[in-house]
Design a protein around this ligand. Sequence first.
Ligand SMILES: [Zn+2]
Length: 309
Amino acid sequence: MNKGHAIPTREAGVKQLAPGVYAYIQAKATWYWSNAGFIVGNDYVVVVDSLATVDLTQRFRDEIRKITDKSIRYLINTHHHGDHTYGNHVFAGATIISHDRCRRELMGTAIMDPGLLNTIFPEFDFRGIAATPAHITFDKHLTLQMDGREIRLLHFGPGHTVDDIIVYLPEEGIIFAGDFIFLYSTPLGMEGSFAGWLKNLDAMAKLDARVYIPGHGPVCGIEGLNLCRDYLVFVQSEARKRFDKGLTVDEAAKDIALGQFKQWPNHERILINMERLWREFRGEDPSTSKLNIAEVFLRMDAMTKAGEL
Ligand SMILES: [Zn+2]
């Protein structure tokens, strides 16, 4: 478990996974760098996720256009986070599909102030971002039939957030996993449930896919899912010991030695993960027990700068 592993260099850009099935992979997996994908049928295209900014999403759309000029009919959002939805409106005319609660989150949460985002994450240009919610929503599952190809959208309960879905192509054995898989990028569990996340990974593993496209990190097989799982199990069990001893969130975040996971970018997310786990250990429901994200981000930033995380 603590043997450590080398972080491989990844192939960025469009990667074909099967006839008509493509992943769009970022070179980085740090804050706001997220993956997406698309599926090309006989008459139209289905896109999986937009990106964090207008510019990033336009670049993604340009890459799709190098492959096909067919119309983009559907845009699926794997969950409500801005790095998967803020560029939805770039695919104007597409019908957006998401989980019911993803739509509610996008309708209910005022979009983060682009000026503030630009200050915290200066490598991006957040001007023009928008919260554009889905036209079609579902709860447990929805299947798109595309020229004989099944595109199954599945929700297994709260995990990374309360509204994550996966996009499963059974014939091809491919899963667009959204943020259920962070690979060589620290999993961020601020809004869902660690126990639920693990159940989701188990449900996903049972589908026995050949290829997974993580929300953050390189395309992988089951070993990538398992490595993400290792992080969640490790952090959950280390947190539990400290919770039972009566440590505070900050004390636990400083105390846990991350071992092999320390080399994953954004290891400071341990603080956010402790915030969520403390609520989970107290039996709070993730739908109603929300973090004050701005406050936690500022504290995380200060603790990181002080070398405490
Ligand atoms: Zn996310």
